[in-house]
Design a protein around this ligand. Structure first.
Ligand code: AMP
Length: 222
C-alpha cells in the first residue's frame, strides 16, 4: 500500500460510492471528501448556507455549480489534501464541475476516476431500503441494520432514512445522473483517466476491485 492518491469515484446514487470511498480513504490514507456529507453537515448546523442547500437536496435537485465548486475549492485548498490527495465522492456531478476541478488541480491533475457500475434496478432497491447515521453518515439498510436497533455501530448516532431517499427525489436524482453526470464517463475516458469497476458483490469484493484498478494505474505511471 502506497499512501496518497487523487481519486474521484463516480456512480449512480446507491451504487456504493460512500461506503467504498470511506474504505479507499483508509487504504490510501487520504481525506474522504463527500459534497453530500458537507451539505448535510451544513443543514444540521442550521446555517444560512445549509438552509439554501436543503431546498435543493430534499427534492433531489443539484445544488448550483458555483456554490458546490466554491465549497470544493476551499476544501482542496487545505494542507491535508494538498499533501496527501483525496477521494472525491459526489463531485464532480456536471461537466462544468469537472472543468473547474481540472483547473483547481492543475498542473498535476487527478490520478484516476473510478466508475462504480451498478444497474438501475439494483440501486433503486438499495435506495429504498437504505438507512444512514444522522451524525457520521455511515450507511446501513433494512436488510443489514446496525447491531442495536437503529443506533450507529460506529458513533452511536441515530440511524434514519435520508430525507431525499423518497420515491420522487430518488427518481429525480437518477434522471439528473443520466443527464448531467453520466456524460462525465466519456469525458474522463477521452482524458484516459477512467476505469469502470463492477459495483455488484460484497463490499470487500468491490473494494478489492477498486484497489487493484488504482494500483495497476499507479504502477503504469510510476
Ligand atoms: P449525495 O449524498 O452525494 O447523494 O448528495 C446529496 C445531495 O447533495 C444531492 O442530491 C444534491 O442535492 C447535493 N449535492 C451533492 N453533491 C453535489 C454536486 N457535486 N453538485 C450538485 N449538488 C450536489
Amino acid at each position: 500500500m502506497i499512501p496518497g492518491a487523487r481519486l474521484v469515484v463516480l456512480g449512480k446514487q446507491g451504487a456504493g460510492k460512500g461506503t467504498q470511498c470511506v474504505r479507499l480513504a483508509r487504504h490510501y490514507v487520504i481525506p474522504h471528501i463527500s459534497t453530500g456529507e458537507m451539505f448535510r453537515a451544513a443543514v444540521k448546523g442550521g446555517t444560512e448556507f445549509g438552509r439554501k442547500a436543503k431546498a435543493y437536496m430534499d427534492t433531489g435537485e443539484l445544488v448550483p455549480d458555483d456554490v458546490v465548486i466554491g465549497v470544493v475549492r476551499e476544501r482542496l485548498d487545505q494542507d491535508d489534501t494538498k499533501e496527501r490527495g483525496f477521494c472525491l465522492d459526489g463531485f464532480p456531478r456536471t461537466v462544468a464541475q469537472a472543468e473547474a476541478l481540472e483547473e483547481l488541480l492543475s498542473p498535476r491533475g487527478l490520478d484516476l476516476v473510478l466508475d462504480l457500475e451498478v444497474p438501475t434496478d439494483v440501486v433503486l432497491r438499495r435506495l429504498a431500503t437504505r438507512r444512514a447515521c444522522q451524525d457520521c453518515g455511515e450507511n446501513y439498510s433494512i436488510d443489514s441494520p446496525p447491531k442495536s436497533a437503529w443506533i450507529c455501530d460506529s458513533c452511536g448516532g441515530e440511524v434514519v432514512q435520508r430525507e431525499d431517499d423518497n420515491v420522487g427525489a430518488i427518481r429525480r436524482r437518477l434522471d439528473l445522473y443520466e443527464k448531467e453526470t453520466a456524460p462525465l464517463i466519456a469525458w474522463y475516458m477521452r482524458a484516459d483517466k477512467l476505469v469502470a469497476v463492477d459495483g455488484i458483490g460484497s463490499p470487500d469484493d468491490v473494494t478489492g476491485r477498486l484497489v487493484r484498478a488504482i494500483d495497476a494505474r499507479r504502477a503504469r505511471h510510476a
